[in-house]
Design a protein around this ligand. Structure first.
Ligand code: ADP
Ligand code: MG
Length: 154
């Protein structure tokens, strides 16, 4: 599929970079015809995935690298890829279950948000190699404004 625009952001695994990744993804997605609600959801899923890389993937080690890759394909699909080279997930389907967390302090809702806010979600992970989260979303089909409909009729 032909790429129309792409941004790659690599950053240290410190919590200060979560809002950076979140805003970058939101600003990038804003060039497509997403609603404000969509953009808010896009920012949430990026926060969740990046936080997971930092907290779970790297066990809060600040000296590792998380990568965010944002791509717009020609058929107006937004793809977000969040990648780490951390400890990986031994059982991906289990990790993706609602309310599952390996940390008793956490809610286990990150993947659930990703699943409900995005159109597709794919998690590729290997123990001691890392995790890649791939998500896509399409802007809603544009509905012509009533004034446009009238002018078409005339
Ligand atoms: N990037 C990652 N690297 C390693 N483990 C991860 C990663 N992302 C998610 N996980 C695992 O999947 C579980 C579920 O993630 P999530 O749904 O975000 O819930 P929570 O972060 O609240 O635990 C985590 O508890 C963790 O064990
Ligand atoms: Mg999480």
């Amino acid at each position: 599929m032909k790429i129309r625009n792409q941004v790659k952001l690599s950053f240290m695994s410190v919590p200060e970079n979560v809002p950076l990744a979140r805003s970058a993804a939101g600003a990038f997605a804003a060039q497509m015809e997403f609603t404000l609600e969509d953009l808010e959801e896009i920012k949430i899923v990026v926060s969740e995935a990046v936080s997971n890389s930092i907290i779970h993937g790297y066990d809060n080690d600040p000296n590792r690298i998380v990568t965010l890759l944002c791509t717009i394909y020609e058929d107006a699909v937004l793809e977000l890829v969040i990648e780490d080279e951390g400890k990986g997930i031994p059982d991906v389907p289990k990790a993706m279950e609602t309310a599952f967390s390996t940390d008793p302090e956490r809610m286990g809702l990150g993947f659930t948000f990703m699943q409900s806010f995005m159109e597709t979600l794919k998690v590729e992970s290997a123990v001691d190699k890392g995790t890649r989260v791939i998500m896509t979303k399409k802007p809603p089909r544009r509905v012509a404004a009533s004034s446009e409909l009238i002018s078409e009729e005339n």
